[in-house]
Design a protein around this ligand. Structure first.
Ligand code: 6PG
Length: 264
């Protein structure tokens, strides 16, 4: 699976291209099988995409009655919490489009982590069928500077999960340093547990789109998208759809460490 990499001047252009894919892929999926199942992430990068999809320019191009929203991961907080990935999507997108409430399949962060993961797994099996892995028409992912994606973190046991489609993650960000204008600061540890889709589910999607923006991601994207073997140490480097397509949409700051060969 060779990823297709498209480099854009800035996050606005990345997001516009992603919005066009969302429009086209939703129409294709709805025409082919009557619905469009998309899993969206949290974080700051997809916010512009969400805003575009909710804008007059895009929202009327999509049959929201057939679109089903899922999440790649969620923090174990109530849905109204400002740290909730659902809350982010609700505020900038879901509250502004005519998507039916029953098409919003949020991860219940208000439950105890393991119960929330089981509840999400049950809902995924109801929607996609009990046999085999869910097949998302589209999974949108971001990537952290440490190479995490969704809530799959380096060296996490969750990376070894082959049976369950959603798991609870209790992790602490390793106190790795982050150079900001030369100042090296320890990152605070986060104790908020999370719930995440597992790698086999991500890799079973028909289309995966990574969104990347800013120079803070350049080093890691350079590792993940190079031909070297280093990528296997990072969760984002383990995202290789078995049957589907993999597309990286990044801005030129994030692409700084890519060789010409990498950026196809
Ligand atoms: C989350 C996301 C996470 C995110 C990365 C990148 O729940 O936060 O799923 O995997 O995509 O941390 O975050 P930014 O887009 O803010 O850089």
């Amino acid at each position: 699976m060779i990823p297709v990499i498209k480099v854009f001047p800035d996050l606005e252009a990345v997001s516009r291209h992603a919005a066009s894919i969302f429009v086209n892929l939703s129409a294709k999926s709805i025409a082919e099988h009557g619905r469009f199942a998309a899993a969206i992430p949290g974080g700051s990068t997809p916010k512009k995409l969400f805003e575009l999809l909710a804008s007059e320019e895009y929202k009327n191009k999509i049959d929201w009655s057939r679109v089903h929203f899922f999440w790649t991961d969620e923090r174990c907080v109530p849905p109204e919490d400002t740290k909730s990935n659902f809350r982010l999507a609700f505020d900038v997108l879901l509250s502004k489009i005519p998507v039916p409430a029953e098409n919003i399949h949020r991860i219940k962060g208000e439950l105890p982590p393991e119960a929330g993961a089981q509840d999400y797994e049950n809902n995924l099996k109801i929607f996609f069928g009990k046999s085999g892995l869910p097949v998302f028409d589209l999974i949108i992912l971001g990537m952290g500077e440490d190479g995490h994606t969704a809530s799959l973190f380096p060296d996490s046991d969750a990376l070894k999960e082959t049976e369950k489609v959603a798991v609870a993650v209790h992790y602490e960000i390793p106190p790795y340093q982050r150079g900001i204008k030369g100042v090296v600061i320890p990152l605070k540890k986060s104790e908020i547990p999370r719930i995440t889709l597992t790698l086999p589910v991500l890799n079973n999607a028909s289309q995966i789109i990574f969104l990347g923006s800013g120079k803070s991601k350049a080093d890691m994207v350079g590792k993940i998208l190079s031909d070297g073997t280093e990528k296997k140490h990072y969760p984002a480097g383990l995202v290789k759809p078995v049957h589907g397509n993999l597309l990286w949409l990044i801005d030129k700051e994030t692409a700084k460490k890519l060789s010409r060969l990498d950026a196809r």
